[in-house]
Design a protein around this ligand. Structure first.
Ligand code: NDP
Length: 272
């Protein structure tokens, strides 16, 4: 359990890991993610400081805040909740986070390290999915994997991490022709499109492992994934529900990334 390790580290190093989360604006989805991160921090024994800013915050103010957290020796991880208000250049803000405190794994140097197979802080959602596959005893090596979605935060790093585990990977996207023909070949299918019930049973191979990353809100206010769960569950050997599948694994990875950043910093201080 991560919480018992955290208690042990806190005793050893004289302070607990500290995660700072910045949220700008009033997006309800983002607020609920930030609350879930605070809850998970409390459960793990990680100190959490959530800083709420108005949607009108300027880019300079946001970057200044990040700089002050970068300089704060008491802060081990910095997470800027996305999306940011439209007038802000997210890339510039993320790039301003100190590399050693980039718990999201979105800093350009972390991205480069992932693609160059060098040590890095991996992005939380793909890390959580690999953990989930391993925990379910799914062999990845040699498998045909299809990832639907090519975003920087899920689809692309997911494809890369499956490739690094020796799967044969196809990345599909909104311009992919005959998506069903591609997904039907997948022994491992990861869907991160943000399109409710995009994947139907006839698009899935018998016995496939199906990982649904999508989080969509139905008109009646319920959450649903990108996969038509009931119909696909009848064909899949493993399938993750929404909510309750990938989401908790993403948060679990965030906690792990925070503790790893803390440990690296503590060991650097000890080594000086
Ligand atoms: P983006 O909108 O950034 O990317 C979506 C990707 O899916 C794009 O590459 C897009 O293609 C592709 N796509 C969209 N529609 C289709 C379609 N009909 N057929 C094939 N490909 C399609 O989203 P994110 O990657 O940020 O997130 C994806 C989903 O995962 C969202 O629902 C999000 O809420 C959820 N999510 C869940 C997390 C969790 O922890 N559970 C964490 C992060 C995200 P193109 O590039 O051509 O536009």
């Amino acid at each position: 359990m991560l919480s018992s390790s955290v208690a042990q580290y806190a005793a050893q190093y004289g302070r607990t890991p500290h995660l700072a989360v910045i949220i700008a604006g009033d997006d309800e989805g983002s607020k609920s993610y930030v609350r879930a991160k605070a809850r998970a921090s409390a459960e793990t024994g990680i100190r959490n400081t959530t800083i709420e800013l108005p949607a009108t915050v300027s880019q300079q103010e946001l970057c200044d805040l990040v700089q002050s957290l970068n300089a704060d020796d008491d802060v081990d991880g910095i997470l800027v909740q996305l999306p940011l208000p439209e007038h802000i250049d997210s890339c510039a803000v993320i790039s301003s986070v100190a590399l050693e405190k980039d718990v999201d794994g979105f800093h350009p140097l972390n991205v480069a390290a992932l693609w160059q197979k060098r040590p890095c802080t991996p992005p939380c959602t793909p890390r959580g999915i690999i953990r989930l596959l391993d925990a379910a005893g799914v062999e990845i090596e040699g498998k045909r994997a299809v990832v639907v979605g090519r975003s920087n935060i899920v689809g692309m790093p997911m494809s890369k991490m499956l490739l690094d585990r020796n799967a044969t990977v196809t990345t599909a996207h909104s311009r992919t022709k005959d998506l069903g023909a591609i997904t039907s070949e997948a022994e491992i299918l990861v869907v991160a499109a943000g399109s409710p019930h995009l994947i139907k049973a006839d698009m899935v191979r018998d016995g496939a492992v199906v990982i649904d990353v999508g989080v969509n809100r139905t008109p009646d206010g319920h959450l649903c994934g990108d996969v038509d769960f009931d119909a696909v569950a009848a064909k899949a050997s493993v399938i993750t529900p929404v909510p309750g599948g990938v989401g908790p694994m993403t948060i679990c990875s965030l906690m792990e990334n925070t503790v790893e950043c803390y440990l690296k910093r503590m060991n650097n201080v000890a080594g000086k």
